[in-house]
Design a protein around this ligand. Structure first.
Ligand SMILES: Nc1ncnc2c1ncn2[C@@H]1O[C@H](COP(=O)(O)OP(=O)(O)O)[C@@H](O)[C@H]1O
Ligand SMILES: [Mg+2]
Length: 380
């Protein structure tokens, strides 16, 4: 009947794993936050619960061949206990800890000799002031745990601006504000047995800290930089012992690349691969965590542009399908089954083709239709 996969998390990433799981006859179930969420809608065998409760994790993994994740907020002690009980946890708790805590991540990357922005652990306003004396204001300050989509990241010009975080207690991460030319991401998948395959390095564009757009491959990327970025991803995957997909967010500067952060799961920067690669990041993640031979990561077209649908004026963006599909038959639309809220990641559109500008134009226009913006007369 095929392998059984268990995934922690009920959002769009688990939902997008469902499609290749169905094709490969992998029985996938998710530990979900709500019975009607993005993943539960398409994975019928999905219990509601929380990974903070080991009983919920035990229920999820009963009879499963592997436990994997769509987010990293899972207590390491629970995962170690499950491993001791014979559960295959992929990625394992030690690897995952580098994606859970940005301070720990910076320490590990330093040990691996991977280039990073200058950073410091901040326990007091005085710590931040002395760090700023070295790198200059403004400084980037991050909450080490639990941030996503720019929540937990601030650009600050004085210690007062983080007094609320300081009052919460616990250390913070300070980083120099990197004068980046653009942001890149390198994705690689690694099996427990060690095989690795990477996709071409992509360019990502964040707006208000949220991924808005991804172009594959990163336009005009110097071969040396591409090689450096891929090499960093492989070094981290191997050095930390990652299994499954690893996404390494990076800043390209005039001098080279430095690592921003890590994710050990399919990542927004890899959504293009569903429609733009022989093997998508979601299929590859499943293959990797089940220790199956990895798929070809070659591009199926010269360019792929992925644009996120972040909020919509429509109550239900799928009501725009007739207009969108008539106008852009080449657009690949992915909606996540989430209720509309301002700025919320509701879906994405990918367009692949021979001409980058055309792909970007069409993907942008298709997303505008999903947002409820009327195409102008001349566009029609
Ligand atoms: N040290 C930095 N220098 C300049 N920009 C940064 C720095 N760190 C983060 N950013 C900006 O903020 C965005 C979100 O930061 P990140 O650490 O990736 O947080 P999240 O976990 O929310 O994705 C980055 O994609 C980048 O645009
Ligand atoms: Mg990020």
């Amino acid at each position: 009947m095929g392998p059984v996969g268990a995934v922690v998390g009920g959002g769009q990433l688990a939902r997008m794993m469902a499609e290749p799981a169905a094709a490969l006859q992998i029985r996938l179930r998710a530990l979900v936050e709500a019975a009607d969420g993005a993943a539960a809608q398409v994975l019928p065998d999905s219990p509601v619960g929380t990974p903070k409760d080991i009983a919920d994790l035990r229920g999820l993994v009963t009879g499963a061949d592997v436990l994997t994740f769509e987010h990293e907020h899972v207590p390491g002690d629970h995962l170690r206990a499950l491993q001791a009980e014979g559960v295959s946890v992929q990625p394992g708790p030690d690897a995952l800890s580098c994606a859970q805590d940005k301070l720990h991540m910076r320490t590990r990357l330093g040990e691996l000799g991977v280039p990073c922005p200058r950073w410091a652990r901040i326990d007091s306003p005085a710590d931040l002031e002395s760090f700023a004396e070295q790198v200059g204001w403004p400084v980037i300050v991050k909450t080490p745990v639990g941030g996503y989509d720019g929540k937990g990241v601030r650009v600050v010009s004085s210690a007062v601006e983080i007094s609320d975080w300081m009052a919460d207690g616990g250390p913070l991460l300070a980083e120099e504000k990197v004068p980046f030319v653009r942001e890149l991401a390198a994705l690689v998948a690694r099996r427990p047995s060690g095989e690795m395959r990477s996709w071409a390095v992509v360019e990502t564009i964040q707006r208000d800290g949220v991924c808005a757009e991804v172009v594959s491959p990163a336009p005009g990327l110097e071969p040396g930089l591409a090689e450096q970025a891929e090499e960093i991803a492989r070094t981290v995957a191997e050095g930390v012992g990652v299994t499954g997909v690893l996404a390494v967010e990076m800043f390209a500067t005039a001098e080279g690349v430095v690592v921003n952060e890590l994710a050990m799961r399919p990542h927004n920067s890899g959504h293009f691969s569903i429609d733009g690669s022989v093997t998508s990041q979601f299929e590859q993640h499943l293959r990797a965590v089940l220790d199956l031979p990895l798929g070809d990561t070659a591009a199926t077209a010269p360019w792929a542009v992925m644009i996120n649908l972040l909020g919509s004026d429509l109550e239900d963006p799928s009501t725009a399908y007739p207009a969108l599909m008539a106008r852009y038959p080449e657009a690949k639309v992915h909606l996540y089954g989430k209720a509309v809220r301002p700025g919320r990641k509701l879906g994405h559109v990918t367009v692949t083709g021979d001409d980058l500008a055309t792909c970007r134009e069409k993907a942008t226009a298709a997303v505008a239709i999903l947002r409820g913006e009327n195409p102008s007369e001349e566009q029609r």
